[in-house]
Design a protein around this ligand. Structure first.
Ligand code: NIG
Ligand code: FE
Length: 422
């Protein structure tokens, strides 16, 4: 049967076409199911997927539009465009001195308490012109895309005043309009207590609830509200207050939970029906069980453990076995994890979280889509969905974690258009 629409782009001779068709998200053993088609082909019409199947069948069914781009994958692997569900990409100043201090024995919290850390980034962001921040953020998006990423979540959190939080969210909004990567905006006014509220945390919480959240919602600048729920930062009761205000204002919830200590963040995220709780290195068994029950996704960030030089990796196996939706992300930020390489997270997930390559691929496609409340809309190669895909320089997908710290992307296609290549 010939299809009515003509193909504007065709990828043929795909050795392993990983479609991820089927359940979205993937839970438990289903994370190993990639819906893989050998000798596959995929046709695209405009921004959408037109046909997926065996290469010869797709070629037989589809008429090519004039000027159709044809990629011969020559036996290579094709996956959905990768989704990074947790990034802090809007900053100018980098913090390499802190990285070195940590490697010489100081802890992340010691540096933060002595005026470094997030507060140092805040001081810098407030005085950096928006145009400079925009350019630096764009460079990070370009680099993410070069590693196969086609959608990210992007947080504010380095402004910590109404004006500077809005400044970041407007940069995210503006870049979403001009850059091929899709950005999902998250308000993170509760990332830290800024210098001027150091001994007045309650007043800062009031500012977040009474001024920042309404301002962000009024201008539709964020879809999610996130919080650094941690010992010595926003404790459980603070987090409940702020996130309840955000939920009441119509924002969906995310949490930085149990990153450095076990404080009950996973339990709170589940209780508040958050879309995701992220980090979870020290999540309790009760918290993991509660997340499985509430359907709150666990976004694991092994790059943070790696870059903090710590040995605490999140208990991914336990989470998968208990039925939690597990996703992976870079946590790209200037403090605890400065990287744009989601494929390197797949290597760390294999080595340190003991996930299979297939589980890790589920975690950066269908499960990452779920962690952005976009299950069934992205992260799969299925007729009618956006044509976001990556052609890799490998013939077996298990090379992705194994051939580590190099870029194996051959081409990235976003909404039907080639946007990056090796
Ligand atoms: O996810 N822990 C809080 N936020 C980031 C770090 C941000 C920073 O240090 O600038 C994180 O680890
Ligand atoms: Fe983070």
């Amino acid at each position: 049967m010939a299809l009515q629409k003509k193909a504007t782009l065709l990828v043929k001779n795909i050795g392993q076409l990983i479609t991820m068709e089927g359940p979205s998200p993937r839970i438990g053993a289903a994370m190993n199911d990639l819906s893989l088609i050998e000798n596959g082909g995929i046709a695209v019409a405009g921004e959408e997927i037109l046909a997926v199947g065996k290469s010869d069948e797709v070629q037989g069914h589809v008429a090519l539009a004039e000027g159709c781009r044809v990629f011969d994958a020559k036996g290579a692997v094709v996956t959905p465009g990768l989704i990074d569900p947790h990034t802090h990409p809007v900053f100018s100043m980098t913090r390499e001195a802190e990285f070195e201090m940590r490697n010489q024995g100081k802890t992340y919290m010691e540096i933060a308490r002595s005026g470094g850390g997030i507060r140092a980034s805040v001081r810098d962001l407030r005085t950096t012109p928006a145009a400079v921040l925009m350019e630096k953020t764009k460079q990070r998006l370009d680099r993410l895309m070069s590693f196969g990423v086609t959608t990210i979540e992007a947080k504010s959190g380095y402004g910590l005043s109404t004006e500077s939080e809005i400044k970041q969210l407007e940069i995210i909004r503006d870049l979403n309009q001009v850059h091929p990567i899709d950005l999902v905006p998250t308000f993170l006014g509760a990332h830290e207590i800024p210098d001027e509220y150091r001994d007045k945390k309650d007043q800062y919480i009031e500012l977040i609830c009474d001024e920042m959240i309404p301002a962000v919602v009024k201008d539709k600048l964020a879809e999610f509200s996130d919080i650094f729920c941690e010992k010595g930062v926003f404790e459980i009761e603070d987090s409940r207050t702020i996130q309840q205000a955000a939920a009441d204002a119509g924002l969906k919830l995310k949490f930085h939970a149990d990153e450095l200590a076990s404080v009950g963040g996973a339990e709170l995220a589940a209780e508040m029906k958050a879309i995701s709780a992220d980090h979870l290195v020290y999540a309790s068994d009760a918290g993991i069980n509660a997340m499985a029950k509430s359907g709150t996704a666990a976004v694991l960030l092994p790059g943070t453990t790696f870059s903090l030089g710590s040995h605490g990796y999140a208990p991914a196996r336990k989470m998968i076995d208990k039925g939690v939706v597990v996703a992976l992300s870079t946590d790209c930020n200037p403090g605890s994890s400065y990287t744009e390489s989601l494929p390197f997270m797949i290597s760390l997930a294999s080595l340190q979280l003991k996930m299979t390559a297939a589980e890790a691929l589920s975690a950066v496609t269908v499960n990452a889509a779920y962690a952005l409340d976009r299950a069934g809309q992205i992260g799969q190669l299925k007729v009618g969905l956006p044509a976001d895909l990556v052609i890799w320089e490998m013939t077996d997908y298990r090379e992705l974690p194994y051939h580590y710290a190099v870029n194996l992307v051959s081409a990235v296609i976003k909404k039907g258009k080639p946007v990056a290549s090796a």
